[in-house]
Design a protein around this ligand. Structure first.
Ligand code: ATP
Length: 447
């Protein structure tokens, strides 16, 4: 009996467990078959939008994403799914060649990852662990509960005060800041504290939808407006009537739709695709971006008139590095939220020190995800840097510093050699190093 069939037999008779399998790759069927052999039923999706449709009404705990070197193509899909299902635990399957975008994505969004050649037994074990943990974690639905904005650092106090001021107006607001800093959270607070709190809060990630879908998603369509439009659809602007529309990743909105949005901001009217008469909609818009909009204007990918229209009330959401003295406080608050009730966990001193010195490129979202991971991985009641997946990250950071320093050394040596017309002894003297050190830095044998 081959291995897969044996596993199938072993899994037979147990209830199938469900997971989301997100992949744009042809190999999805093979992976889904492999996982089925362990009793996993995979809901496959090739985009965030498809995943959201398939997940609605389901109580899934785990999602698997197949990452390839161009992982950035999945990053906005994952962001979209997370905004609707924030408590899914994510595990990545990668082909081992991690580029920068992929590494960033892994640290920001995943609790665990497995490289090919895949050891399916350990993939299954990790999935089982995550699924079990997801069942123990408190279930919260997106949009229902807003967490507090944590932090007592002056930059967070200022942020909260500014949100309060902006909540008292009905003006359009632009939130800027790195990914994972809490722009979505601030937008929800702006809504919650404003006169529109009883109205809807509708969020749309402009980068997560294919170009063909975004216009009807925003503006809606009439029945029969295009092939497949078998019923009338009220777009997000209309759904946000009397409430707030949160347009995330605004820099990703295609240029042709930027014009339509500008018109809406001016006259507050929309016409559904295929519609004849314009509709007046009263909603407040909050924009967010992690990109440099000024550069996007210079590059011609963002309209200058729209930029000026939305860049009036701008709020910068600080990166976690700007208040890294509070990492412990935040980590402990997230640990209390994310630990199952029957487990008492705390951080070891080395975990606190490591978190304090880490750069947090994925900001608070990364901190939350690392703690989710640690809750699953910790074998004792004391969380270690390893449980947070940080020993490797810190090591990589140090290796980076070493390689950067090496590059600078080589640059200085090459300049000295050129300044001294290729006289190695003179170049070494000028740098105050020996000839042998000079050759070592150049990784060459003395000539
Ligand atoms: N100061 C904070 N206190 C508590 N939770 C926070 C804080 N900042 C961010 N978070 C949490 O971090 C997670 C990521 O935040 P959010 O999605 O709002 O980030 P974002 O800046 O909108 O990210 P992106 O640019 O990728 O869309 C959310 O779960 C949010 O509740």
């Amino acid at each position: 009996m081959n291995k897969v069939v044996q596993k199938e037999t072993r899994a037979a008779g147990t209830m199938p467990r469900h997971l989301l399998l997100l992949s744009k790759s042809q190999e999805v069927t093979d992976v889904s078959r492999r996982l089925a052999a362990y009793g996993w039923h995979c809901l496959t999706a090739a985009s965030g939008h498809e995943a959201i449709l398939k997940l609605s009404g389901q109580q899934l705990g785990v999602a698997v994403a197949m990452l390839c070197p161009r992982a950035d193509t999945l990053s906005s899909d994952i962001a979209l799914i997370q905004s609707h299902f924030p408590h899914l635990l994510w595990i990545a399957l990668t082909d081992g060649k991690l580029d920068k975008a992929c590494q960033w994505l892994l640290s920001a969004r995943f609790i665990d990852y497995h490289h090919s050649p895949l050891d399916w037994d350990s993939v299954n074990k990790a999935l089982g662990h995550a699924d079990g943990m997801a069942k123990l974690l408190p279930v919260k639905t997106a949009g229902v509960k807003i967490t507090d904005i944590l932090g007592t650092h002056p930059c967070i106090i200022r942020l909260k005060q500014d949100i309060q001021k902006l909540a008292s107006t009905d003006e359009t607001v632009l939130l800027s800041g790195e990914t994972g800093t809490g722009k979505g959270l601030c937008a929800k607070w702006l809504h919650r504290m404003s006169a529109r709190a009883d109205g809807p809060f509708i969020a749309l990630n402009c980068g997560a939808l294919p170009n063909g879908l975004i216009q009807s998603t925003l503006f809606g369509h009439e029945k029969g407006a295009f092939t497949g439009a078998d019923r009338q659809y009220q777009g997000h602007i209309e759904q946000a009537k009397d409430g707030v529309l949160f347009l995330d990743e605004i820099a990703d909105l295609p240029l042709e739709l930027q014009v339509n949005l500008l018109h809406f901001l001016d006259d507050r009217q929309i016409t559904r695709i295929g519609g004849k008469s314009p509709l007046k909609i009263n909603c407040r818009i909050i924009f967010a971006t992690h990109q440099n909009l000024e550069k996007a204007v210079d590059d011609g990918t963002f309209r200058e008139d729209l930029y000026h229209r939305i860049n009036v009330l701008r709020l910068h959401v600080p990166s976690l590095r700007e208040y890294c003295t509070e990492v412990r406080l935040m980590a402990e608050a997230f640990l209390a939220q994310l630990s199952p009730p029957n487990r008492s966990l705390s951080f070891s001193d080395s975990a606190i020190a490591t978190m304090r010195h880490y750069d947090w490129p994925g900001n608070v979202r990364e901190l939350q995800n690392r703690i989710r991971r640690a809750v699953i991985m910790a074998e004792t009641s004391l969380i270690t840097p390893d449980d947070l997946g940080l020993s490797v990250a810190i090591h990589a950071k140090h290796r980076d510093l070493v390689s950067q320093r090496d590059e600078l050394d080589v640059e200085a040596v090459l300049k000295a050699i050129s300044d001294h017309k290729h006289n190695m002894s003179a170049a070494a003297r000028a740098l105050n190093i020996s000839r042998s050190t000079l050759y070592r830095l150049l990784k060459k044998e003395p000539g």
